[in-house]
Design a protein around this ligand. Structure first.
Ligand SMILES: [Zn+2]
Length: 281
């Protein structure tokens, strides 16, 4: 099981300059690809077109969505491991973002560092130091306001190494704990810009800025600009975040968070209406 991404086939629908082909209004052709660990992939349509595509949606949001879909379909062990992988991918993304956004390191260097250091303990160490330097407090301690309940570390080891089947309550609790953890850190790790119309400081998540810098880096590597995406048919960027985590909204307090059943409901609605990415078997 995994995630597929689907998008209108630009080559079927558009002229090479990006204008709409005459007479195609009735014929909607979709191109699709399987989402992998990479941020880039090739969208393919049934007529044989290929489009080089970059996905500018945080991977941890997709992994979390995968967990919700699996839970909704009754695959609880799969849901458990998706939620846990979403957590680990979030910590990796935080560490990378801290290096690029706060320490002005090059995207290529940061990617290279984590290509050669894939071990989850190394990644956790990078996250702990980035988090501690940024927030001036340690993550995941007994007194931390935002933390993963230590019981899940034991359950995770039992699931991954001892064939333990988690109960539905354990999966739901982990899911909500991971959601709360990601959502609150993602919201607090922000740039604050003064808004004259609202008369206050408005937070903007740094991870979304980091995502955008990765997108710009991908364009630079190909010698193209956003204009080439809009006015041409060879490249595509998928950036609309339609995931149930709603990373564009900011949540600073526990009570502002959604309930787990609300997230499950949102995922069910998304699966029916998503045109961008959806769950596949
Ligand atoms: Zn096509």
């Amino acid at each position: 099981m995994g995630y597929a991404v689907t998008s209108l086939c630009k080559k079927c629908m558009l002229n090479p300059d990006g204008s709409l082909k005459l007479g195609v209004e009735q014929e909607v052709v979709m191109a699709s690809a399987e989402i992998t660990n990479e941020d880039e992939f090739i969208l393919k349509c049934p007529k044989g077109h290929s489009i080089e595509t970059f996905i500018s949606v945080s991977k941890f949001a997709l992994l979390f969505e995968n967990g919700l879909s699996a839970y909704n379909q009754g695959f609880y062990t799969e849901a458990f491991s998706s939620f846990y992988t979403a957590l680990e991918n979030f910590r990796l993304t935080f560490a990378k973002s801290f290096m690029v956004q706060d320490n002005k390191m090059d995207n290529a260097l940061v990617n290279q560092i984590f290509k050669t250091n894939k071990n989850s303990l190394i990644i956790y160490g990078a996250f702990v130091s980035a988090y501690s330097i940024f927030f001036k407090e340690a993550p995941d301690t007994k007194t931390s306001k935002i933390r993963i309940d230590p019981q899940f570390i034991k359950i995770r080891n039992d699931v991954f190494h001892n064939g333990y089947i988690p109960t539905t309550d354990e999966v739901a609790e982990l899911g909500h704990n991971v959601y709360s953890y990601i959502k609150r850190i993602h919201s607090a790790y922000a740039t604050y810009n003064f808004s004259e119309s609202e008369g206050k400081q408005i937070p903007f998540p740094k991870i979304l800025e980091y995502q955008f810098s990765s997108e710009v880096y991908w364009l630079e590597q190909r010698g193209i600009t956003h204009n080439d995406i809009h006015m041409g048919t060879n490249y595509e960027i998928i950036s609309s975040d339609l995931s149930s985590m709603s990373l564009n909204s900011i949540v600073l307090e526990e009570q502002e968070l959604e309930s787990f059943s609300k997230l499950l409901e949102r995922n069910r609605t998304n699966q029916e209406t998503f045109s961008t990415y959806h769950y596949t078997k």
